[in-house]
Write a protein of this length. Structure first.
Length: 90
């Protein structure tokens, strides 16, 4: 990338920073707890389970030939899953 290209890319980039002073979340497990009167309504109720899953890294198509996957990326899923060095990334 030339200096001119880098300069144009930087000018086209916006960085937003903000502070979060307070946050909250609500978690529970088990089936929904609806009002008994709601169960007679013709609407769907249930649970939408969400999951974050680490998958194999996908290298950029324009990566310089010979650049290998760094160890910190290889170990990334083991750190998130609490594993002691086990990794499913090849």
């Amino acid at each position: 990338m030339s200096v001119d290209q880098a300069s144009r890319k930087l000018k086209a980039t916006t960085v937003l920073e903000f502070s979060i002073e307070e946050a909250s979340s609500k978690m529970r497990s088990g089936p929904p707890l609806g009002d008994e009167s709601d169960y007679g309504l013709p609407v769907w109720a249930g649970v939408l389970p969400l999951e974050i899953k680490i998958r194999a890294p996908i290298p950029d198509d324009k990566l310089v030939k010979g650049v290998t996957l760094p160890d910190y990326v290889r170990r990334y899923d083991a750190r998130l899953s609490g594993g002691a060095g086990h990794s499913s990334i090849g």
